[in-house]
Design a protein around this ligand. Structure first.
Ligand code: UD1
Length: 339
C-alpha cells in the first residue's frame, strides 16, 4: 500500500513509520518539523534499511498540501500531525484549532483530490474527559475540557460526518491512552522540546541528571496510593496497532473508534519505582500541588481493538521503562548533538 504519514517525524510518528516500512508499505512523510527533528527520520532509514519520501509540509497550506498529496497518490493516510500540549492550548486556542482542525480539513480535501478514502487518525483518551466509569469503553460519553481535547473531538466528529456522507470513506479513529517507551535500539525515542509536560520524559530526564526532581502532581486523589493512575502503553505496541488499523481500512467502511491501551492502571509512584528499578538510578521526587485539569484515574477497556483489529498490547511496564531509559541514557540530549 502507499501510505502517507503526517507528523511522521515525531515521537509516535517515527516509531510507526518504522513498523509501516517493516510491513512493506511505500511511505511518504509530511511534517513541518515544528516539534521534531529530521534526525529521527534519518535513524529510521538506518534501522529499517529502507527509504521513504519526506516533504516539509504544513497542513495549514492547503494548496501545496493538495498538490503534494496528489503527487504521492496514497492509498491510505495515517494522520499524526498536530499540536498536543494541553496547557499551551488554553493559552493559544486559535493555534490549536488552526493546526489541528483546519489542518485536518485541508488534509481531507487533499485526500479527496487524490481520491484517497482511508484514514487512520490519532485521537486521544482525552475525548472521554473525567470518566463516568472504568475501564473506559469506546461507548463512553465524549466530552472535553480544553481546546486541545476539543480539537480532537471536532476532528472525530468531522470524520464521522464525512463517513456518513461518503459510503466509500473509511476512518479508523485510534484513541491513545498514555504512550511511553522507545524502540529497543535506543536510536529513536521521545524528545520533547523544553520542559517535559508528561510524566515519563520528566522521569527519564531526572534519571539521566538533566533535571533535579520529579514533581508528583497530587497524592490526595481517590486512588490506591493517592497519585494519578493512567494506562501507559508501549509506543511499539501503539505503532503496531497502526499497521493493524491500515489493514482494517482495506475491508471496512465507515468511521470506527478504537481504544489503544493495555487495560491496566499504573500510579505515578509505581511508575517512578519501576523506572528506578529499570535504570538503576535514584529518582528524587517531591509531592506537589495537583495540576489543573488532571483526573484521578483513566484506563482503557481494549476489548474492541482485540476483537476487530486483532491487536492487543504485549509489552509491560518493565519494557516501557527499560527502553525509555536505554533511549535517554544513549541520547541524554535527545536528537541534539552532544555539546
Ligand atoms: C496528558 C494530557 C492528554 C494528552 C496526553 C499525551 C493533560 C491534562 N492531559 O495526559 O490530554 O493526550 O498527555 O500528550 O495534560 N504527572 C506528575 N508529574 C509530572 C507530569 C505528570 O505527577 O511532572 C502525573 C499527572 O498528574 C498524571 C500522570 O502523571 O497523573 C500522567 O501525566 P501525563 O504524562 O502528563 O499524561 P496525562 O495527563 O494523562
Amino acid at each position: 500500500m502507499r501510505v502517507l504519514i503526517t507528523g511522521g517525524a515525531g515521537y509516535l510518528g517515527t516509531h510507526t513509520l518504522l513498523q509501516v516500512l517493516a510491513a512493506g508499505h511505500e511511505v511518504c512523510v509530511f511534517d513541518n518539523l515544528s516539534n521534531s527533528s529530521p534526525e529521527g527520520m534519518e535513524r529510521v532509514k538506518a534501522l529499517s534499511n529502507r527509504t521513504f519520501e519526506f516533504r516539509n509540509t504544513d497542513l495549514r497550506d492547503r494548496e501545496s498540501l493538495i498538490e503534494r498529496t496528489k503527487d504521492f497518490a496514497p492509498d491510505a493516510v495515517i494522520h499524526f500531525a498536530g499540536l498536543k500540549a494541553v496547557g499551551e492550548s488554553v493559552e493559544k486556542p486559535l493555534e490549536y484549532y488552526e493546526n489541528n482542525v483546519q489542518g485536518t480539513i485541508n488534509l481531507l480535501y487533499a485526500m479527496e483530490a487524490a481520491n484517497c478514502q482511508n484514514i487512520v487518525f490519532s485521537s486521544s483518551a482525552t475525548v472521554y474527559g473525567d470518566p463516568d466509569f472504568l475501564p473506559i469503553t469506546e461507548d463512553h460519553p465524549l466530552r472535553s475540557t480544553n481546546p486541545y481535547g476539543r480539537s480532537k473531538l471536532h476532528i472525530e466528529e468531522m470524520l464521522r460526518d464525512l463517513a456518513a456522507s461518503k459510503p466509500e470513506f473509511t476512518a479508523a479513529i485510534l484513541r491513545y491512552f498514555n504512550p511511553v517507551g522507545a524502540h529497543k535500539s535506543g536510536q529513536i525515542g521521545e524528545d520533547p522540546m523544553g520542559i517535559p509536560n508528561n510524566l515519563m520524559p520528566m522521569i527519564a530526564q531526572v534519571a539521566v541528571g538533566r533535571r533535579e526532581v520529579v514533581k508528583v502532581f497530587g497524592n490526595d486523589y481517590d486512588t490506591p496510593d493517592g497519585t494519578g493512575v493512567r494506562d501507559y502503553i508501549h509506543v511499539n505496541d501503539l505503532a503496531r496497532a497502526h499497521v493493524a488499523a491500515l489493514d482494517w481500512t482495506q475491508d471496512h467502511k465507515g468511521a470506527r473508534a478504537f481504544n489503544l491501551g493495555v487495560g491496566q492502571g499504573v500510579s505515578v509512584l509505581e511508575m517512578i519505582e519501576a523506572f528506578a528499578k529499570a535504570s538503576g538510578r535514584d529518582i528524587p521526587f517531591e509531592i506537589a500541588a495537583r495540576r489543573a485539569g488532571d483526573i484521578a484515574s483513566c484506563y482503557a477497556d481494549p476489548t474492541r481493538a482485540r476483537a476487530e483489529l486483532g491487536w492487543s498490547a504485549e509489552l509491560g511496564l518493565d519494557e516501557m521503562c527499560a527502553s525509555s531509559w536505554n533511549w535517554q541514557d544513549s541520547n541524554p540530549r535527545g536528537y541534539e548533538p552532544d555539546a
